[in-house]
Design a protein around this ligand. Structure first.
Ligand SMILES: Cc1ncc(COP(=O)(O)O)c(C=O)c1O
Length: 917
């Protein structure tokens, strides 16, 4: 059944971004309808209408409910019967109980009595409002999807057998959901985030009888890519396991088969945990299901730390705060103890105290926790860091770059990379991202630019010195690369390139199939498989023939294929604390490098030692361990909800007439030029067509916009980004945001964002817009003119963003290619005699315009945008100077207005020239 045609009265499916939200809304609509029916005679006109709506809602819920254990098919049928019998009173009681249990999560903790003859005195408190201690004592709940085309009798047999093997000591409780086909299995895991394990039985069929338009887009694409429709029935089971791993790799799949073991042995079963040949060994299956979930639930370091904190210990160590002793004995800092509670101090410890593992040389629970994180994030090795991705970036750069190596970097990358380049002595080629002048922000580096740079270095005979391509994925503003395409094409030019993807903002991306395909670790694994495949070699051979004498333009216009002997060498750094549950500064380095063990491990160890504190904070490490558990068990659900929240903001601002007057959500078409949007899709949501096909965007386009980051153009309000952030959002409404530009503010949703916080934000924006309306209604002509001028100043007269100019010749090893020795420039400035200062005045502009060459001696980093517009050794162009002069931000790091712009003296530069000659 197609939901779109269910009833004209219900909101259409295109009004919904997510199936989960659609489900929740339909249950609450059903509850309201049932309650209204209580007061309207169903024989009357109004009552008949309500009756129709209730029927339509039940029809619309029917294809959704088959994928959930609660309330389950049985209860659902009961509700239908009550409606048919016009037993409105009982219907209303039952629907209310179901709807409340669904919103509160009560069904996870206890059996919900549905019938009106059953008493239900228990609370329906929202799970999140219960005391954490109570929740920690309960057994976590999940659902197991069983894929088998069974009749009613067989279904009962399956259920009863699984209930029979439950034991009081089981650490978790689960309910089965039984669906008949491979397609249903995929819809089930895409839709039902409670599913933690899937049992694929031999009786499954291929096709579903259901159509869920919201999920169908993805399903169709997946099936098309995998040629599912051409499968033989005997292949359905193994294929189901493989596809489950593609969609939600964290899940445990169990294949029950009657095919021979030899037959199964050679097949790709994704991450299938076990193959069973005996269909009826339910206890064995039950124990495996629990063990599988427990494998993800385990938190070796957090558990060890909890155990440690229970031990009585005398502290003769340089850690007076340990066990809270310095606080409990104090007369003056009791409030600290009261605020934090005792556990945080009981758990304060150090590697040298003994008993727990050491971050610098992990062999015990920290090592185990890191290995589990590697599994969760798809890396070969994962390393924890307790001082943020700033440090992770420096570690990776130092481990891989030798002095003189050439590194291609996006210039608007985080400052930690620039400092990393200085420390490592890299020769840096800064690549420009496409600019978004109207919003004073940069996009990302087009692949064409990256290939052009590599080909230029190749032509100059310097390709052997090129070591790394370093890019930010995704950017602060939410631009995401086509990681697969970038790595493939770069490897086609240089087959052993190392990639460092700064995923500071992207740790959550692994846990949604849409995002995952654009993450470094997932692509590294895909490329490993592809390179091993014979068809990869064939494709490369064919292309080599075609491109034998190709010129640069042809190479730039061709999608290049990597050679079969390319090395996959990929690193990703993630600020776990930015997007997942972790204490501040908790970050991870993920490694997927074929040459790590052979070539890098020792250097990596040294780099790790260089940058890691010998007193790392163990609470941060424990939080990384727990954060990993969370995403392996509920990352899919949380990310889905996060996207839903962001989409709700997009939709509200786009469709609210008052908000449209002053605000504008920046759509993909406003943030990504058309040449990088092959799908041609302009917005995630528009009023006429509803939600656009996000899968299309995410598979095709060179750049996509992370929908969880909503950039709002606020130029129309007459306030600049900074004022709007501080004076309006923060001071008046207590709303915190992170980034602004001249005429935009960025709202980031996260896995903790709730529907009510989204509603509050919209409320605030509406209030601000109303106030502006009133202000302008009463404004004098002069005031109106002044407002219009302010708006024009913010929206139209925006200083153009300058490109990277070039390194001064003194820092280059030849002028045919752009790389520069930023380290020499950086340290040259340590001697004040080498530096001079100039005011940012008209005289300076005149000097530059008349051809004088001035070279920056410092990093100049305005906030926002937060990346250097000048680096040491860079020639100051007139455009950069104009930009600096037009900047009206309060913070410009590296620039002191009382002294002026710090540049190298001619003597210093000449001295350097002489030395290098
Ligand atoms: C792209 C990027 N990389 C790295 C970092 C540094 O991360 P951390 O704050 O974890 O040190 C940031 C911080 O904002 C960032 O935006």
């Amino acid at each position: 059944m197609n939901l779109q045609h269910t009833s004209t009265k219900l909101p259409s499916v295109s009004d919904y971004y997510s199936a989960t939200q659609l489900r929740a809304d339909r249950w609450s609509a059903l509850r309201e309808t049932a309650e209204s029916m209580l007061v309207h005679d169903v024989a009357g006109r109004q009552g008949a209408k309500l009756l129709q709506t209730a029927e339509a809602l039940l029809d619309a819920l029917a294809p959704i409910e088959v994928y959930w254990a609660f309330p389950g098919a049985h209860v659902f049928e009961h509700l239908r019967k009550l409606l048919e019998q016009r037993n409105i009173e009982d219907l209303s009681i039952s629907v209310r109980r179901v709807a409340r249990a669904l919103t509160s999560g009560a069904y996870r903790r206890r059996t919900i009595p549905i019938g009106s003859d059953e008493i239900d005195n228990e609370d329906y408190e929202d799970e999140s409002t219960l005391p954490p201690e109570d929740r920690a004592l309960g057994r976590p709940y999940f659902e197991v999807l069983i894929v088998d085309n069974v009749n009613e009798h067989q279904e009962r047999f399956l259920r009863n057998n699984l209930y029979r093997v439950r034991r009081a000591e089981d650490p978790f409780i689960y309910e089965p959901v039984i669906v008949p086909s491979l397609e249903d299995a995929l819809m089930g895991i895409l839709f039902n985030h409670n599913v933690q394990a899937v049992i694929v039985r031999p009786g499954l069929v291929l096709k579903s009888k259901n159509v869920l338009p919201i999920i169908q887009q993805y399903l169709d694409r997946l099936k098309e890519d995998e040629h599912v429709d051409a499968l033989q029935p005997s292949e359905y089971g193994p294929e189901a396991c493989r596809l489950i791993a593609k969609v939600r790799p964290e899940l445990d799949a169990y294949l029950i088969t009657d095919r021979s073991a030899e037959d199964i042995a050679g097949m790709d079963l994704g991450r299938c945990r076990r193959v069973f040949y005996n269909q009826e060994d339910f206890l064995e299956l039950h124990l495996n299901i629990l063990r599988g979930v427990n494998r993800r639930y385990k938190t070796p370091f957090f558990t060890a730390l909890k155990e440690y904190s229970k031990q009585p210990t005398g502290v003769f160590h340089a850690m007076p705060i340990s066990r809270g002793k310095s606080i409990s004995r104090s007369h003056w800092i009791q409030d600290m103890g009261a605020f934090y509670g005792p556990n945080i101090f009981l758990a304060e410890t150090s590697a040298t105290s003994g008993g727990l593992d050491s971050l610098l040389e992990p062999r015990g629970p920290i090592k185990e926790a890191q290995d589990m994180a590697a599994r969760a994030f798809g890396s070969k090795q994962t390393f924890f860091a307790t001082n943020g991705t700033s440090t992770c970036n420096k570690i990776v750069v130092q481990a891989l770059i030798r002095p003189g190596d050439i590194v291609l970097v996006d210039r608007d990358c985080h400052k930690s990379h620039h400092y990393g380049m200085v420390l490592a002595g890299a020769n840096v080629v800064y690549m420009d991202s496409y600019p978004l002048h109207e919003y004073s922000m940069y996009g990302a580096v087009p692949l064409r630019e990256i290939k052009h740079t590599l080909l230029k270095l190749k032509a100059a005979g310097k390709l052997d010195r090129v070591r790394m391509v370093l890019l930010t994925n995704c950017t602060f503003d939410g631009l995401v690369y086509n990681v697969e395409r970038v790595m493939e094409e770069c490897l086609a030019i240089k087959k052993d390139l190392v990639f460092l993807w700064d995923e500071a903002w992207f740790a959550f991306a692994r846990f949604s199939p849409m995002y995952r395909q654009r993450t470094a670790m997932s692509v590294a694994n895909t490329l490993r498989t592809r390179l091993r495949d014979a068809s990869g070699k064939e494709a490369w051979d064919k292309q080599q023939d075609r491109l034998k004498d190709a010129d640069e333009e042809t190479l730039l216009n061709t999608r290049l294929v990597p050679p079969p002997d390319a090395r996959i060498r990929v690193y990703a750094t993630q600020s776990t604390h930015k997007t997942l549950t972790s204490l501040r500064q908790g970050s991870m380095i993920h490694v997927n490098d074929m040459d790590f063990k052979g070539e890098v491990e020792q250097a990596f160890h040294e780099a790790y030692m260089t940058h890691t504190s010998t007193s790392p904070n163990y609470q941060i490490i424990a939080s990384l361990d727990v954060g990993r558990r969370q995403v392996e068990l509920e990352g899919f659900e949380f990310v889905q909800r996060q996207v839903e929240s962001a989409m709700a903001i997009r939709r509200a601002v786009t469709s609210h007439p008052l908000l449209q007057k002053y605000f504008r959500v920046l759509t993909p078409s406003l943030m990504i030029p058309p040449e990088y949007r092959e799908s041609g899709i302009e917005a995630y949501y528009d009023e006429q067509d509803g939600w656009s096909d996000k899968w299309e965007i995410w598979t095709k386009d060179e750049f996509v916009l992370d929908p969880t980051r909503v950039t709002l153009g606020i130029g129309g309000t007459g306030w600049d980004g900074d004022t709007f952030k501080t004076d309006i959002l923060m001071d008046r409404y207590g709303i915190q945001i992170n980034k602004t530009s001249r005429n935009t503010v960025l709202f980031m949703t996260n896995i903790g964002t709730t529907r009510s916080s989204v509603a509050y934000l919209i409320e605030v924006l509406v209030e601000v817009a109303k106030e502006l309306d009133e202000l302008l209604d009463d404004a004098s002509k002069m005031e109106r003119l002044s407002f219009d001028k302010r708006v024009a100043g913010l929206v139209e007269h925006v200083p153009p963003l300058p490109d990277f100019s070039r390194f001064h010749d003194a820092f280059r090893s030849g002028t045919d290619t752009p790389e520069g020795d930023v380290r020499t420039a950086f340290f040259l400035a340590y001697n004040e005699d080498n530096c001079d200062y100039h005011d940012l005045d008209d005289v300076l502009v005149e000097r530059l315009n008349s051809g004088e060459e001035l070279v920056s001696a410092s990093f100049i980093i305005p906030y926002p945008p937060g990346f250097p517009i000048l680096v040491p050794g860079q020639v100051i162009s007139p455009e950069i100077l104009s930009f600096m002069r037009a900047l009206d931000v309060s913070e410009i790091h590296g620039y002191r207005p009382d002294l002026g712009l710090r540049v190298f003296t001619n003597e210093a530069l000449q001295g350097l020239n002489k030395k290098t000659k």
